[in-house]
Design a binder for this molecule. Structure first.
Ligand SMILES: Nc1ncnc2c1ncn2[C@@H]1O[C@H](COP(=O)(O)OP(=O)(O)OP(=O)(O)O)[C@@H](O)[C@H]1O
Ligand SMILES: [Mg+2]
Length: 463
């Protein structure tokens, strides 16, 4: 460990000399200055850990010098040296932020403990400030854009749930609406933030591997199990486990997950012992879980268990007030990343963005901007590098709305419903074709059909 540095500012040579002897003997590195001016200069050059300051100096009043020190280095501990009996200066010094004062002749035992405490307090303060700053840097919700009323409500709800003891949370929303982001946010805002956050995509891992990934296995559980292995549930202990695309979990694993959620205990594959953990499970899906459970693809009991704390993130077109702020947010991020200086969006692009239905939601917006930012030479993003389908789609949307809906006062949700019904009529109820027509995935279409409560009789017609 490096030696701590102490700066002595005193005009009396003898005092400096005797202090230097003592302090060096206590293993400090000692710097000396004979007046205020050289004291300040030395402090700036050497960054001492503590300063001992005489109240009476030839060029400056010690108490004024103290103020100058405090202005430049507010956390630097300063011990004043006063002549015996001159208590007024000491009082002023304490008011102006001195750590303590000692009187001449110096009581070295007292001085030693005063110095020790001063340095410890200062480094503790530094440490706390460091962690606080680090924590604040690591996470602040300003990275989540929530300008629209709907998204603001979502964020407020997420904050409440994060701070609660709820151990099961369900995030629902179309692809690209920000479920991943919100899940991480919930973890960061919870008491669990210092423990692990583990995310796993249930559809990315084959079923037979997923169980041992989640719950681990014992040695000899299967041929390859040469050693015991801990599962993610165990590794996330005291933290958060994020299960993405939960609808793709097999029925067999759904049963195991349900048992785990109900007891917070599990067995490793091939194991007999119940292991207890304390984790929060956040699940996410872009499917309609209720529909899936009605169709027998998802266990009803598990759905009810997950659905205790549901958060629904609306699609981007339902919260248009987020579009421009999100665009600005991504532009400033990409400015940093690509070392550019794009100021914003051209008016035309703004209108295009506001008209478009964003089937890929925030992710689609982000990708569109990333591309445009790479190519744009101007300081505002023009339509030139905006994806063609975006131009086409929004115009086809407005064409539909003027051609096919006579009532121009329809609300957006009503328009969406009409568009869905029209597409289904045109394709005789063929969902794959209807989805293609609308430029959305079949899953999204099915989800929207349920959400809008569209029934077969709405689109099956003759002639
Ligand atoms: N409100 C928001 N503010 C800032 N960035 C956002 C917001 N919502 C989403 N994003 C960003 O958009 C991208 C897509 O979001 P995310 O991956 O969280 O979506 P998702 O709902 O998990 O999608 P999927 O269902 O396809 O997994 C991410 O880069 C995310 O950081
Ligand atoms: Mg996701």
């Amino acid at each position: 460990m490096r030696k701590k540095k102490i700066l002595i500012v005193d005009d009396e040579k003898l005092i400096r000399w005797s202090l230097n002897q003592k302090l060096s003997g206590w293993d400090f590195e000692v710097l000396e200055a004979e007046n205020g001016k050289s004291g300040l200069r030395l402090a700036a050059e050497e960054m001492p850990d503590l300063v001992m300051l005489d109240v009476k100096l030839p060029d400056k009043k010690g108490t004024d010098l103290l103020e100058e020190f405090k202005e430049s280095w507010s956390e630097l501990p300063i011990i004043m040296i006063t002549a015996f009996g001159v208590i007024d200066d000491a009082v002023i010094a304490m008011r102006r932020g001195a750590y303590d004062y000692i009187t001449k002749p110096i009581d070295y035992t007292k001085l030693q403990s005063t110095i020790k405490n001063a340095i410890e307090t200062a480094s503790l303060k530094k440490e706390i400030a460091y962690y606080k700053e680090k924590e604040e840097k690591q996470f602040d919700t300003s990275q989540i854009i929530a300008s629209s009323k709907k998204m603001h409500q979502v964020l407020e709800m997420a904050k409440k749930i994060a701070a609660s003891e709820a151990s099961i949370i369900l995030l629902q929303g179309d692809s690209g609406t920000g479920k991943d982001l919100l899940s991480q946010t919930i973890h960061q805002l919870s008491r669990r933030k210092h423990a692990s956050y583990i995310a796993i995509n249930c559809s990315a891992i084959p079923e037979n591997l997923l169980e041992s990934e989640l719950f681990g296995y014992e040695k000899g559980a299967f041929t390859d199990a040469k050693q015991q292995k801990k599962g993610l549930v165990e590794l996330a202990d005291e933290g958060t486990l994020f299960l993405d695309e939960i609808s793709n979990l097999s029925l067999n694993l759904q049963a195991k997950l349900l048992r785990f959620l109900e007891t917070q205990t599990f067995k490793r594959v091939g194991g007999l012992k119940d292991i207890e953990v304390d984790i929060r499970v956040i699940t996410a899906t872009n499917q309609d879980l209720e529909l899936a459970s009605n169709e027998g693809k998802f266990r009803k009991d598990l759905f009810y268990r997950l659905n205790v704390c549901p958060i629904y993130i609306p699609p981007l077109w339902e919260r248009k007030d987020d579009i421009i702020p999100l665009a600005q947010h991504f532009i400033s991020n990409y400015n940093l990343k690509f070392r550019k200086n794009i100021k914003g969006l051209h008016k035309e692009v703004k209108n295009l963005f506001l008209d478009y239905n964003w089937p890929g939601n925030v992710r689609e917006l982000k990708n569109a901007l990333e591309r445009a930012m790479i190519f744009e030479e101007d300081s505002f993003i023009s339509t030139k590098y905006i994806p063609i389908q975006l131009n086409r789609n929004s115009s086809s949307l407005s064409k539909h709305s003027s051609d096919e809906f006579s009532d121009r006062n329809l609300s957006l949700p009503e328009m969406e419903k009409n568009l869905l019904i029209n597409a289904l009529k045109k394709t005789m109820g063929n969902k794959t074709k209807a989805a293609k027509l609308l430029n959305i995935t079949r899953d999204t279409l099915r989800y929207k059909i349920t959400k809008n409560r569209i029934k077969p009789e709405d689109f099956s017609f003759t002639g």
